[in-house]
Design a protein around this ligand. Sequence first.
Ligand code: NDP
Length: 310
Amino acid sequence: MHSSSTGQPQSQSQPPSPSPSPSVTVIGLGPMGRAMAAAFLDRGYEVTLWNRTASRADDLVARGARFAPDVAEALAANEVAVLSLTDYAAMYEVLEPAAAALAGRVLVNLSSDTPEQARAAARWAAERGAVQLTGGVTVPPSGIGRPESSTFYSGPREVFDAHRPLLEAVTGRTDHRGEDPGTAALFYQIGMTMFWTSMLGYWQAVALARANGLTAAGILEHAADTANSLPGFFAFYAERIDAGRHDGDVDRLAMAMASVEHVLHTSAAAGVDTTLPAAVAALVRRGMDAGHAADSFSALADLMGSGAGA
Ligand code: NDP
């Protein structure tokens, strides 16, 4: 029971008035935006939502979020709007009709797209009196709201600093990579470059295993061990690549050529799609043709970087 209801004054001083709840707008309620809105609700935020398909907000509204009748009202409700849309084209489609409501707003744009799109959107927002903080979230919806999860940010440092607690509600770790609004998108795309090719490598391995009567579960340990060995390779080669060295003392491209052809032929013999291993073999072949047979296969990083691999 609160002391005020007993009629017994506890002290002469006024009790401190409760600080207002932090508040945020979330626009875009795909799996990511929904997880973000839920994470804000978990932390006591007053959450205003907008999504093209209103029904995606139902469970969040049942938890106390408010669904704004239109985008302009969603923007007007709070200084910060977190955007979680498929891409920046969707952002323009959503925000353009409400552009007059953008002045004075901070757009934490967690939609993914290219660095150029992120820079253009930051200019577009600035022309309308808003500021964009670009974000690249490195985890799937299950990682949202977790202390160990991380997001790359770029854009004005003072805006990032001013909204740190809000950003840390999305992922506990926040990594500001500079003022250029494109940088967070670049870091995101670096990660995605590895993610998609790695996952396709895994699908290839699963297809090959299944064509040989094995199951995905049956090769899981082997697949995980193989993936876990990669960071050691990254660290070994990063130092040498930055020093401009591609010594063939540990591995030679000629060895890689033979190996990737074994991979290609193993898939072909099993009747499995060979698009991916054929592309890998083609890249290695170009390195051979460029005279790198006795160099490390890391020489391909230079070749691909210069565009000479194409
Ligand atoms: P989705 O594409 O599933 O959903 C994003 C939202 O965009 C939806 O609310 C959708 O509205 C809206 N949208 C798309 N096109 C339009 C449009 N033309 N007009 C209005 N609204 C539109 O994405 P996710 O939630 O999975 O991801 C959001 C962002 O986060 C993406 O950029 C994604 O690349 C990135 N990301 C995703 C991860 C993941 O694991 N899912 C991980 C890390 C980043 P509606 O509901 O009406 O369809």
